[in-house]
Design a binder for this molecule. Structure first.
Ligand code: ADP
Ligand code: TRP
Length: 324
């Protein structure tokens, strides 16, 4: 079993949506499979589609520090930098040549751009994004790919592209399984829409104190009086709070909603308490990790990652007739 995932570095920190939707499920999966090999890489070649002001380096350092602070153990998880490995771009080229336009045009992200009338405004790299993602996965013979829900289609693309290559040139790639933590779903932001960097509606992993409280206070709530029984399932505060609760705590909180007598101020104070309890130790750990530690780790892992990826690209080059 080889578990592999990538993290984009489109911001200098990540948010609770990323944490509960992607980072924690990955971490939980690592803990559940001590025997498996685990690979995690900085997807900076993907992130370049969005970040073009030179800040990718800073973003990558901070993002990796946060991963480690969240408990990802670099002795258990092999962590590397996608851009250090030329084979990602090499395989992307090969796979791009055998993939048709009609196949790519079904991609959700591209269809959304068409619906918004923005199809000509996206970069070519955004259009070919799933092909690079297929290369990321197939180079390393990954068997299991944990991601957030929105990435499921991309892993399906990977399987299709791998199957096509195998049919054309003989068994070369392992078809990976997509691992989605269905119970988490989409975490809402402080305006009720999906929590996302693009909407600037997020609670960041490094948020604290007054700034954190200010964000929580902004979460829209209904105008019902305190005494009124309330439906937790339509409450934006509950939708975030539930992520932090044990089953017992969840039952208790739901009862407080449905019994009436719970003020939204109290519900927000409780959320603040829960967020702080999760984030404070992560933030403390984060501040103890230096840039040098991350740079050293990536430098150490570069050769091993290149050796694995290069062996696969050599096999591919042989089969397609590039090696002369
Ligand atoms: P953003 O929308 O903030 O740019 P990314 O696209 O970088 O987030 O997401 C990185 C990972 O985090 C993806 O696997 C995605 O599924 C997960 N993720 C992002 N936002 C959420 C959310 N609101 N709820 C659940 N998972 C999320
Ligand atoms: N597209 C993923 C995301 O936005 C990041 C990513 C790039 C990835 N390549 C990958 C995830 C390969 C898993 C496997 O979250």
């Amino acid at each position: 079993m080889r578990i592999l995932t990538g993290c984009q570095v489109t911001s200098d920190q990540f948010h609770l949506g990323n944490y509960f939707g992607a980072v924690k499920p990955f971490h939980d999966m690592c803990l559940a499979h001590p025997e498996a090999e685990k690979f995690l890489f900085v997807a900076n070649m993907h992130s370049l589609n969005k970040v073009q002001d030179g800040s990718l380096r800073r973003n990558a350092l901070n993002t990796l520090k946060l991963y480690l602070a969240c408990g990802i153990d670099p002795d258990d998880v092999f962590i590397y930098n996608q851009a250090d490995i030329p084979a990602h771009a090499q395989l992307e080229r090969v796979l791009g040549c055998i993939t048709h336009m009609w196949f790519m045009e079904r991609m959700h992200a591209y269809k959304a751009a068409i619906d918004q009338g923005k199809a000509s405004d996206i970069g070519v790299g955004t259009f070919t994004y799933p092909i690079l993602m297929a290369a990321d996965i197939l180079l390393y013979d990954a068997t299991h790919v944990p991601t957030g829900q929105d990435q499921k289609q991309h892993v399906e693309y990977t399987r299709d592209i791998a199957g096509k290559f195998n049919n054309m040139f003989g068994e070369t790639f392992i078809l990976p399984e997509s691992i989605i933590s269905e119970s988490v779903g989409t975490i809402p932001g402080i305006d009720g829409r999906k929590m996302s960097k693009s909407y600037n509606n997020y609670i960041g992993m490094l948020d604290e104190g007054k700034d954190l409280m200010k964000k929580i206070k902004k979460i829209p709530t209904s105008l019902e009086p305190i005494e009124a029984p309330k439906d937790p399932d339509t409450c934006n505060v509950y939708a975030i709070t539930r992520l932090f609760l044990t089953p017992d705590e969840d039952r208790e909180l739901r009862a407080k909603y449905t019994d009436g007598g719970l003020s939204f101020k109290r519900a927000k104070d409780y959320l603040y308490e829960k967020v702080t309890a999760l984030l404070t130790p992560i933030q403390e750990k984060y501040h103890t990790i230096s840039d040098e530690q991350i740079v050293d780790m990536l430098a150490q892992n570069k050769n091993k990652a290149n050796a694995i990826a290069q062996a696969k690209i050599n096999d591919v080059y042989q089969k397609i007739g590039f090696t002369i």
